[in-house]
Ligand binder design. Sequence first.
Ligand code: KG4
Ligand code: ZN
Length: 333
Amino acid sequence: MILAIETSCDDTCAAVLDDGKLLASVVSSQDEFHARYGGIVPEVASRRHLELINPVIEAALSEAGVRPGQIDRVAATTGPGLIGALMVGVATAKAVAYAFKADFVPVDHLEGHIAANYLPPEPLEPPMICLIASGGHTSIVHVPERGSFEIAGRTLDDAAGEALDKGARLLGLDYPGGAELDSLAAAGDPDFTAFPIGLDRPGNLDFSFSGVKTALYYYLRKAGEQQASSRKADIAASYQKAVVSALIKKTISAAVQLDCRQICLAGGVSANSELRRRLKQECDRRDLRLRIPPPQLCTDNAAMIASAARFRPAIGYPGYLIIGARASGAFVP
Ligand code: KG4
Ligand code: ZN
């Protein structure tokens, strides 16, 4: 029985997993707190996590109908993410592990996103290529087996969700604008104008989204307010096409290069309708299997952290006391 905690960004999350069966998953979003600043303010996120973490854990335990004595493992995301936000989750998890006489399991956030695919309703068995695209991360990960992964490509600057949110903001949409940009783009012509695809070279599996964002900025400046406003849907569709095309091209390339027949998605951007539609087409054309978990498992949640913790060694007291949070860098199990 695993109690997991996830606080790497702006969602305060706790979940209870019993031998692979999800008993509860509670997510308290801080979106409205950060909307007024047009982005996530790390210190505001840490303080809000501190207020929410205990009630969120209590809600998860009560929803699962589980007593503290039944918990064998307490897992927490130790990184990568916002350092202050992570520290709240890690410190809480260690304290709860001590109080519940349970072991502690440190979990990498990206491995958590991958492990969302091992949960019901349709648990997936590796090998697979996982595209993780969110507001904070964009990576292509090769997963040869459960409990192990290697990064095949990553963004060198902005994350895909960040690029979509920043583009949405330039177009006058509210934060986080990815979903709204998606709806606006549905009514536009993606071939209205061409925006650049970063690092568009054969064999290159890394991403760069800073160029497309700058291109949109100058495009709007040159177009002027009236044209920008009357062709807003077309511009949104063209911008989204450039971001989504990069994601699709490189994910398919990774599957081909690494000779892997299964592709899965993770992260909030996997909700994007154009990404889902076009990636499905590309996979069907090449006879690749595509798996997209339900939306609540794609965005940040603690169920995925609990799922990853099943395949990681547990650490007993007092060994886990020295484990801390890390903002970036490689995972050391
Ligand atoms: O995984 P997530 O909930 O949180 C982290 O960033 O870790 O992902 C949020 C990101 C935001 O950038 C948001 O704009 C984007 O996912 N997003 C979308 C859509 N829905 C959410 N991007 C494109 N199309 C969508 N429909
Ligand atoms: Zn995430």
